[in-house]
Design a protein around this ligand. Structure first.
Ligand SMILES: [Mg+2]
Length: 112
């Protein structure tokens, strides 16, 4: 499978949503969709790692599918607000490299 850059993913979603008159949802509806999909991921995690027993009638999806759903909704959300996710990613990584630089215990050569 080809690996895609975030910019390409944002463009692909833009093209997909652009086919429809309805376009993107409002920010509040998008926030609700993101929470919905996060809940679906939580359900899968609970199924695989939790104590909640699975009901026979329940259809379970994979973690991969649910993470894909979240990624899609997040990209829609970002596109609708004209947010570049490559830049958003750089912002968070830069925060980890500066503000949180001494927060975690580094693995030393001898630890490996
Ligand atoms: Mg889902």
């Amino acid at each position: 499978m080809d690996s895609k850059r975030m910019e390409e993913m944002q463009q692909e979603v833009e093209k997909h949503i652009g086919q429809y008159k309805e376009g993107y949802f409002s920010p509040l509806a998008m926030m609700a969709r993101l929470s919905e999909e996060t809940g679906e991921l939580a359900r899968e995690i609970n199924h695989y790692y939790g104590e909640k027993p699975k009901k026979e009638t329940e259809q379970f999806k994979t973690l991969e599918q649910e993470m894909g759903d979240i990624l899609f909704v997040l990209i829609c959300f970002a596109n609708s607000l004209h947010i570049n996710l490559d830049e958003a990613f750089d912002l968070v990584m830069n925060k980890f490299r500066t503000r949180d630089v001494d927060r975690w215990t580094k693995i030393e050569e001898g630890d490996r």
